[in-house]
Write a protein that binds this ligand. Structure first.
Ligand code: RB5
Length: 151
């Protein structure tokens, strides 16, 4: 599985730790930045990672900002991205089973490194359940198609 990861300055330290750990575990990770603690704008990284997942260049994306909120809002503007902001293990599993989320957002100032790793592990391993949930995901796609011009 190819994973794209990106963060702003608020998620930089967690991103650095996650890349080191996930690569050591054998995961295939591409880092889309940022590359320091210097203040940057989170939508830039949401766009790069989200686009790559929407275009199938990567199977999944992980985005981190201070809270995870801004970067998840931005990612969800991209057609085909289903970004879930997660800070607990139950939601990590449920959002794969039910929402087929393809991008995970984390709050670098909200959760610790251990919990972030556990969330990612569950989120990467859990398969979409399909069935009635496929219908709901399809309805999300139809909203994207209908309201693409804001109407
Ligand atoms: C940056 O200070 C902060 O606003 C950002 O990381 C994020 O929390 C936004 O939602």
């Amino acid at each position: 599985m190819k994973i794209a990861i990106g963060s702003d300055h608020g998620g930089f330290e967690l991103k650095k730790y996650l890349i080191e750990t996930l690569v050591a575990q054998g995961h295939n990770i591409d880092d889309f930045g940022t590359d320091s603690l210097k203040s940057v704008d989170y939508p830039v990284f949401a766009l790069e990672v989200g686009k790559s997942v929407a275009e199938n260049a990567h199977d999944r994306g992980i985005l981190i900002c201070g809270t995870g909120v801004g970067i998840s809002i931005a990612a969800n503007k991209i057609k085909g991205v289903r970004c879930a902001l997660v800070s607990d293990c139950f939601t990590a599993k449920a959002t794969r089973l039910h929402n087929d989320s393809n991008v995970l957002a984390l709050g670098g100032r909200v959760i610790g490194k251990g919990l972030a790793l556990e969330i990612i592990d569950i989120w990467l391993r859990t398969e979409f359940e399909g069935g009635r949930h496929q219908r709901r995901v399809d309805l999300i796609s139809s909203i994207e198609n209908t309201y693409k011009n804001g109407r």
